[in-house]
Design a protein around this ligand. Structure first.
Ligand SMILES: Nc1ncnc2c1ncn2[C@@H]1O[C@H](COP(=O)(O)OP(=O)(O)OP(=O)(O)O)[C@@H](O)[C@H]1O
Ligand SMILES: [Mg+2]
Length: 338
């Protein structure tokens, strides 16, 4: 671990043992069982939202299965960084060929992160790579959505689903860390962090660490650190979309998701709340559009593309009804006075 990494709480407090992973009982339980009889272990596919323990679980599994020399026998690749399937193939080949007779390990492990970022052509080629190296290597593929992995690969893997963490899991873990670090934190602050990070532990830890620099973590400090609350930002994004400013609203969307780590589903949830509260004349049509995108996200379509399409549709609806943000504000203000 580099010095900067050890200063980051996400790395400092990354669980080292499968047993220390919070919440993912079903997946972790199965993994612990598998690790007891590694000879029978198939390739694995870990799927789930960001910051829920997929990479951590892969590293912990490598550690128990391969023992002390796990680092030497584990290859960690990021499918979206490695340029193309040819690089992946080359690196796997070199790794599988590398001979080390010091220890007796059942196989080598190749962790391929963000495997769903690979095109289906690249995945088809990957399938061959997996087959060719199966005698010596086991793959752990990691993806946000298992539906992003082609069927022939899925069918060769045992699939593990990771779910978003709940309030108590996140709050409990953060509280423990604050205790170790000697930082004061209250229940309200923990709830605020959870609300703003929606079950993404990496994001929660980063936010906690940013606020904890002052020695005390308060709900107010949390909200200040993240700027306006996520919900207020969503409102701005959908209002811009309705006004026809597609590129402005889309960059707001990207910022919310990538910089603030808002889960795509939450963006849709907050958008629904905001849109249905605006008192638009075409509220029925808006509800139908929201339902359509909710379904598409649920079946695993690429979320950022779908949400951008939602913003474009809102632009059309806004244009058709001559949407003006000012009019909405005035209407809301009058309603409040009455
Ligand atoms: N279930 C968990 N229990 C304890 N800590 C966790 C858990 N999930 C995530 N973390 C913390 O968050 C950090 C990031 O987790 P990890 O890298 O495993 O996420 P991931 O699921 O691989 O996310 P991504 O899809 O973004 O790669 C870890 O270093 C760890 O500190
Ligand atoms: Mg990961």
């Amino acid at each position: 671990m580099s010095e900067t990494e050890s200063l980051m709480w996400v790395e400092k407090y990354r669980p080292q043992r499968l047993e220390d992973i919070v919440n993912q009982e079903a997946s972790v339980g199965r993994l612990i069982q598998m690790a007891k009889k590694p000879q029978d272990m198939p390739h694995l596919l870990f799927a789930g939202p960001p910051g829920t323990g997929k990479t951590t679980a892969a590293l912990c599994a490598a550690r128990v299965i391969l023992g002390d020399y796990w680092r030497d026998f584990t290859l960690d690749l990021n499918a979206s960084d490695e340029r193309g399937i040819d690089t992946v193939r080359q690196r796997v080949k070199t790794f599988a060929r590398y001979v080390d007779r010091r220890v007796d390990v059942p196989f080598r492990i190749i962790i391929l992160d963000e495997a769903d970022e690979m095109t289906s052509a690249a995945q088809t080629a990957l399938r061959r790579v997996i087959e060719d190296s199966s005698r010596i290597c086991r793959f752990i593929l990691i993806a946000n959505y298992s539906s992003g992995i082609i069927e022939p690969i899925q069918s060769r893997c045992a699939v593990f689903h990771f779910s978003r963490l709940g309030l108590e899991d996140v709050a409990g873990r953060l509280e423990e860390i604050c205790k170790t670090e000697g930082v004061k934190v209250g229940r309200e602050a923990l709830e605020a962090i959870f609300e703003l990070t929606g079950g993404d532990m990496r994001h929660a830890l980063n936010l906690l660490q940013a606020v904890a620099m002052g020695g005390e973590v308060t709900a107010d400090g949390v909200r200040k650190a993240i700027g306006l609350s996520g919900k207020a930002r969503v409102k701005e994004v959908v209002t811009r979309a309705l006004e026809g400013d597609f590129s402005g609203s889309r960059s707001g969307l990207v910022e919310l998701i990538s910089v603030y780590g808002m889960p795509e589903k939450d963006f849709l949830k907050y958008s629904s709340e905001e849109l249905l509260n605006l008192g638009l004349p075409s509220v029925g049509e808006v509800a139908e559009v929201l339902a359509k995108y909710d379904y598409r996200l649920a079946v695993g379509a690429r979320a950022e593309v779908q949400l951008a399409a939602l913003l474009a549709e809102l632009g059309r609806i806004g244009r058709e009804m001559g949407f003006k943000a000012e009019a909405v504000k005035t209407r809301a203000a009058t309603a409040k006075k009455q």
